[in-house]
Design a protein around this ligand. Structure first.
Ligand SMILES: Cc1ncc(COP(=O)(O)O)c(C=O)c1O
Length: 394
């Protein structure tokens, strides 16, 4: 590793859950209460019924090398799902779709595949603040400069695009959007995506939408980036990449399977990188993934659990129900001390908002003053969580 690479890695902070472990070190969760772990966004729902029989039927596939792009049958299931879900007239399984080993690795690799900050003199990689921390790590290690878009109550938690000058846009290579958003629950509407795609066209940058919570929403089904591109007449999805995941939609975080889709030129570039890094999904797991994309019944069952959980939480806690995702993003005085108290006094694990944000040039971390709770244990626990947190506020 050369000095330059070491420097890049040194810029990465500790991952949020490592920070959380340190924060809670030496504290004991209230022993009189059953622990509620709302820290991690890990779905905890029963295994969908098709998983075991599909796995059993395809076990022999472990004796074959899988394709790093995803085998044809999986890419075809993904393309069909994208067309059904986002009303796409067409997306080509061969040239516009790839399989991912979960979206985390793909979101990280994207910056490495798509940007070339030194040669192009386009250093900025834009991202919401607070954000899924992978965007930040990806931008830094790929040699880009993170540009933080504050998502605050003042912007309705949308990543600000109106207050950014043309000089910044023209030096922007890539914009990460997360809709529905982890952690704020904000969802991009058609107008937002349209504005962003118009800017991408004008200033020549790529838009990467992380839509892994697209199937978890309260009232309105979120629109997707590819659908908006098509509505604008961009039916080849130029400049667009979308990632989605079975981790949240199908409650299969251990399957490590997701999708990458969009502009064929970007898919080609991405494919080339992946032919070297080789993140292939084992064949039996690809069969499970295809079965998951082909089935909507389990997704509807999951959705009901998440909606009931949001209802149960907000009936007790009060406030506005977020449009999407299974997270609640609660304002508090000091997020770290609130999380410590919640653990020690109420037996509740939360995540301090600052761990999901980054400090901007003015030393402001847009995640500070919030805590994130993941409603992943069903309605009864969500209601219980709300009443324990409410007791603290009193
Ligand atoms: C916003 C967001 N994107 C991507 C991921 C990655 O999910 P996976 O790698 O399981 O697909 C997560 C997981 O928590 C997430 O919250």
């Amino acid at each position: 590793m050369n000095k330059h690479e070491q420097y890049r890695l040194k810029q990465l902070g500790e991952y949020p859950f490592a920070r959380l472990r340190k924060l809670l070190e030496g504290l004991t969760a209230n022993p009189d209460l059953a622990l509620i772990d709302a820290g991690a966004g890990e779905p905890r729902l029963p295994l969908p019924s098709f998983v075991q029989p599909t796995l059993d039927a395809h076990l022999s596939g472990f004796s074959k090398y899988p394709s790093t792009t995803g085998n044809d049958f999986l890419r075809e299931s993904i393309a069909s799902w994208l067309m059904r879900r986002f009303n796409l007239k067409h997306i080509d399984a061969q040239s516009q779709v790839l399989s991912a080993n979960g979206t985390r690795e793909a979101l990280f690799a994207a910056a490495h595949a798509l940007i070339n900050p030194n040669a192009d003199e386009k250093p900025w990689v834009m991202m919401p603040n607070p954000m899924y921390q992978i965007y930040l790590g990806a931008a830094i290690t790929a040699g880009g400069k993170p540009y933080l878009q504050p998502c605050t109550a003042a912007t309705g938690f949308a990543p600000d695009i109106d207050g950014i000058g043309d000089d910044i846009w023209s030096d922007t290579a890539l914009v990460y959007v997360c809709s529905p958003s982890n952690p704020t629950g904000w969802v991009a509407d058609e107008a937002y995506y349209t504005k962003l795609l118009n800017l991408a066209e004008k200033f020549d940058f790529y838009v990467l939408a992380d839509e892994c919570y697209s199937e978890i929403y309260y009232a309105e089904k979120p629109i997707g980036l590819l659908e908006v591109a098509q509505n604008m007449g961009n039916s080849e999805y130029k400049r667009c990449l979308v990632m989605n995941s079975l981790s949240k939609r199908s409650a299969l975080p251990g399957l490590r399977s997701g999708l990458i889709a969009g502009d064929a030129a970007l898919i080609r570039q991405f494919s080339k990188l992946r032919s070297y890094t080789g993140p292939a999904t084992p064949l039996p797991l690809q069969h499970v993934a295809a079965a998951a994309w082909n089935d909507e019944d389990h997704v509807q069952e999951h959705l009901k659990v998440y909606r009931d959980s949001l209802d149960a939480f907000f009936a007790v806690y009060g406030g506005d129900i977020p449009a999407g995702s299974f997270f609640v993003w609660l304002p508090v005085d000091d997020d770290e001390s609130f999380v410590k108290r919640a653990y020690a006094e109420q037996g509740v694990k939360l995540l301090p908002g600052r761990y999901l944000g980054a400090e901007d040039d003015w030393g402001v971390n847009a995640g500070s003053g919030f805590v994130r709770a993941a409603l992943v244990d069903g309605a009864a626990k969500a209601g219980e969580l709300a009443s324990r947190l409410k007791d603290m506020a009193c």
